[in-house]
Design a protein around this ligand. Structure first.
Ligand SMILES: NC(=O)C1=CN([C@@H]2O[C@H](COP(=O)(O)OP(=O)(O)OC[C@H]3O[C@@H](n4cnc5c(N)ncnc54)[C@H](O)[C@@H]3O)[C@@H](O)[C@H]2O)C=CC1
Ligand SMILES: O=C(O)C(=O)COP(=O)(O)O
Length: 615
């Protein structure tokens, strides 16, 4: 049996996991979706090739599947200090290695033996790390929010999922922002240092009050909105700038959303809470400092890179910026002689925003769960470089995901030599509103189905679009609304490949494209159209397509050849255009027929063309 072409099955209580070639992004199928019969469950179970989690897989209490494949624990490298709760969770699941302060070379050497890597902001996970991993690394977990220290493009190219822990340190970061705001306004750090050096400088450290002052929150996301809430509690007027924040959310928090220029020109205090992206890199620079109110005070608990640090020194020196309180820096740690750090009007902390006991325990557990889930083949809710598919959508789409991959796999095998495939069109027919129909998952699986049989690329949900682009494969999609039952999310999926020759010309439809169509019947994918012939074959094994003269005895002829060569027929269907002229026979077979068997089929006189398609 061609087990590698079928999804693998692993246990998770009530779910089937279909782990596509060890891919971290496989799909979890609730049993009810797939296990329509004990027979079906057993036939799927025959194809277990990799059991990640356990030796035993149970189905709906009545079917037991025992895998003989030994369970090998994944290796999880933790390269920065992580809360104990998260480590415990990880240790229950895999071999956890905590190796801190690795050099780049050490990390690259170590990574080749790791399935997962967990980092905080201190580890730079750049392209060389993914290259060195040689496809072994399945997931990078960022125990925190900012993922600017991970090369997402490289991760995506290598099909490595990146997940973060976006919620557990929000309050810690917001509280640190407020601590810096209040501490800066009252010169707490400077006064502390002064008194410890034996001075008593009450006049020098007269501060400014917060009440009634305007605070501009730059980035009204999770941290920014918590900072805003707390600042309002201190009696400040709060405005915010965030090009993506919904105005009603800001309005509900009593915060006015304003333009960037308005925010920086109006504020007495500016608190930064946007991510570091190409768009936000050094947005605080000579030009923008010059537009600020003289004497403005700046707090940065976001990322050092959003500020041009040299420009900030100039703005501090000229008095445009009266004070700055910084938790984050372009280079961490900053140079000891950094003018910015040494500036008397600057207060600094060593990237402590997320460093509370509570937040660290929280992010550790949050990231451990996400990483274990990803290694288990679950789609993560905190995936940074893959579409997030809500569980309810996923469970509905599950059988269509298998159908999509199989249609891609079949279609490409109908191309002569499997080569020259550049233009693929996918038509989804559905009774549902096409606008509510997210096809990314299906498109990724069709891409996987098309690319993997003809190349050595490994394709998963993370890298499907990238790999398609890299291979010059253009996949266009069309959604057609039809009058059918809206109970099923999709009525049928059609895959067309244009501008290629076919090794089975009957698969070419009137528009000149190789065209096949499939649908899900009782939870099982079926091939329903080949070219312009209607057929009906369950896509559970491999498929033989024959075009023959429509005459009596054909099924018997071919069946006999297969029987004599011990190839078990699981399904058979005949489709024809006109009686007693041309017909297509689609035969589902459990085994892969030998070349000799296929030759014999070709020798059946009425067979005009035939093709064996491996699923
Ligand atoms: N110092 C520390 O230890 C910590 C730092 N952080 C940093 O804080 C940042 C924010 O964290 P969260 O609030 O959790 O993230 P978030 O994603 O909830 O919020 C970020 C907000 O910034 C907005 N944004 C994006 N581009 C923008 C632009 N050009 N101008 C203004 N706003 C823009 C987004 O729309 C979003 O609302 C993170 O990216 C991270 O870098 C987060 C936690 C701890
Ligand atoms: O979560 C974030 O974005 C942070 O900056 C926290 O960084 P850390 O995990 O403390 O190195």
């Amino acid at each position: 049996m061609a087990s590698t072409s079928l999804p693998n099955l692993i246990n998770n209580n009530n779910s089937l996991h279909l782990s596509h070639f060890n891919c971290p992004l496989s799909i979890i199928f609730p049993i009810k979706q797939l296990s329509t019969s004990k027979k079906h469950a057993t036939s799927l179970a025959c194809n277990v090739t990799n059991v990640f989690k356990t030796h035993e897989t149970s189905f709906s209490n009545d079917v037991q599947v025992v895998s003989k494949v030994p369970f090998s624990k994944p290796t999880i490298l933790v390269s920065e200090k992580l809360g104990e709760g998260g480590l415990e969770l990880l240790r229950r699941y895999g071999n956890v290695e905590c190796l801190y302060d690795l050099t780049r070379e050490e990390l690259c050497k170590k990574i080749a033996s790791c399935d997962a890597l967990i980092v905080r902001s201190g580890t730079k996970v750049m392209r060389e790390v993914f290259e060195a991993a040689q496809g072994k690394l399945k997931v990078v977990g960022r125990a925190g929010v900012g993922i600017d220290n991970v090369d997402l493009h490289a991760a995506t190219e290598y099909g490595c999922l990146v997940v973060n822990a976006p919620t557990a340190n929000t309050i810690a970061a917001a509280e640190h922002g407020i601590a810096l705001l209040a501490g800066m306004a009252r010169n707490v750090a400077q006064a502390d240092a002064s008194i410890k050096s034996g001075k008593w400088q009450r006049n020098k450290y007269v501060g400014v009050s917060l009440v009634g002052k305007t605070l501009a929150v730059m980035g009204f996301g999770k941290v920014g909105s918590e900072v805003a809430r707390r600042a309002k509690g201190l009696g400040m007027q709060v405005i915010a700038h965030d090009p993506y924040a919904p105005a009603d959310r800001a309005h509900a928090a009593g915060v006015e959303l304003v333009s960037f220029d308005q925010a920086i020109a109006t504020a007495d205090f500016i608190s930064l809470h946007m991510p570091l992206t190409p768009a936000t890199k050094k947005v605080f620079n000579d030009e923008t400092f010059s537009k600020m109110k003289k004497g403005v005070r700046i707090i940065n608990v976001a990322r050092g890179g959003v500020i041009d640090e040299d420009a900030l020194v100039r703005a501090l020196d000229s008095g445009v910026v009266a004070q700055a309180a910084l938790d984050v820096f372009c280079e961490e740690p900053p140079a000891k002689d950094s003018k910015l750090v040494q500036h008397e009007n600057v207060t600094v902390t060593p990237h402590l925003g997320a460093s509370t006991k509570e937040a660290q325990e929280g992010v550790a557990v949050e990231i451990a769960e996400a990483v274990v889930g990803a290694l288990n083949g679950e789609l993560s809710a905190t995936a940074v470089n893959a579409p997030m598919v809500p569980p309810e959508v996923l469970s509905e789409l599950a059988p269509y995901v298998i159908l999509a991959e199989k249609l891609g796999r079949l279609a490409v095998q109908l191309v002569t030599g499997g080569s020259g495939v550049q233009s693929v069109k996918v038509v989804y027919k559905s009774a549902r509103n096409p606008d509510n129909f997210d096809t990314r998952l299906l498109r990724a699986m069709i891409t996987k189905g098309i690319i993997e049989p003809i190349s050595d690329s490994f394709v998963n949900l993370v890298n499907a679009d990238f790999t398609a682009k890299q291979k010059g494969l253009r996949i266009s999609e069309e959604r057609v609304t039809i009058d059918a039952s809206p109970d099923a999310p999709i009525d049928s999926i059609q895959v067309q490949i244009s501008n290629v020759q076919s090794n089975f010309p009957s698969a070419v439809s009137d528009n000149g494209n190789i065209s096949i169509e499939g649908r899900v019947k009782y939870g099982i994918p079926h091939l329903t159209v080949v070219g312009s012939f209607g057929v009906d074959v369950s896509l559970e094994g491999n498929v033989i397509l024959c075009r023959q003269v429509d005459q009596p005895g054909m099924i018997g002829h071919v069946g006999k050849v297969l029987g004599e060569h011990n190839v078990n027929v699981s399904f058979m269907s005949v489709g024809r255009e006109v009686k007693r002229t041309k017909a297509i026979m689609a035969i589902g077979v459990d085994e892969e027929p030998s070349p000799e068997t296929l030759k014999k089929i070709g020798e059946v006189p009425a067979i005009e063309e035939f093709v064996f398609l491996k699923l």
